[in-house]
Design a protein around this ligand. Sequence first.
Ligand code: 1GP
Length: 251
Amino acid sequence: MTDSVESYLKSELKKKKSALLFVLIDSEVSNIKSSVKLAKDVERIGASAILVGGSSATNQMEMAEVVKNLKKAVKIPKILFPGNVTGVVPEADAILFSSLLNSENPYFISQAQALAAPSVLKFGLEPLPTAYLVIGEGTSAWFVGSARGIPFDKPKIAAAYSLAAQFLGMRFVYLEAGSGAVSSVKPEMIKTVRKVFKGFLIVGGGIKDPDTAKKIVSAGADAIVIGTLLEKNGSLKNLTAIAKAIRSVKK
Ligand code: 1GP
């Protein structure tokens, strides 16, 4: 990686003329060997980045080992996706430096960020300034992050938070339904956010099939995140179909 991850993602969007596929590897779910194999497989399928982390991944040493091994195994950027300060480890290319804007606990809005920032600098991680918005309720991200979940059918609230993020200088918004969510973020909400937010729009949580992925990218997402689906047998076939569906929608 010679260029910054942020400019790589933007150039991927231009080059592919379609939205990007991000894959989430939870170091607490997959061991090193299976994480490396999965990373190689998803790179071959056409994923543009690998996110490492999640709200329940708290074993820092285990995560550092996974990142170290992924670095040797795949070329696509390895981006940390921390649920807390323990999600900051060396050797990744970048970090979703996120504020959980709709948390009720100031720790997740600015305190964890202040505690983690010196390590981000020390490890030379590229911070991608991200507004992390939890949609709906009942998921780990919602519970752990003390989020006041934005109702699925209130797209204007998500748009207001995204606009606030933009005014605060954040260049990424992540609309998160939560890992393994029963329903993913609705296209109507993505469209409403897309109208006002000019930056890079990530959507994740509960995306399990090509049709849903297609609707999400048609609504304006720049990248979708797939995690839980990959923990199941035969998931690569599904991921290949999702990647194809994403590519079928031209930007
Ligand atoms: C979770 O958005 C990611 O943080 C991915 O969600 O595990 O439901 O694919 P899934």
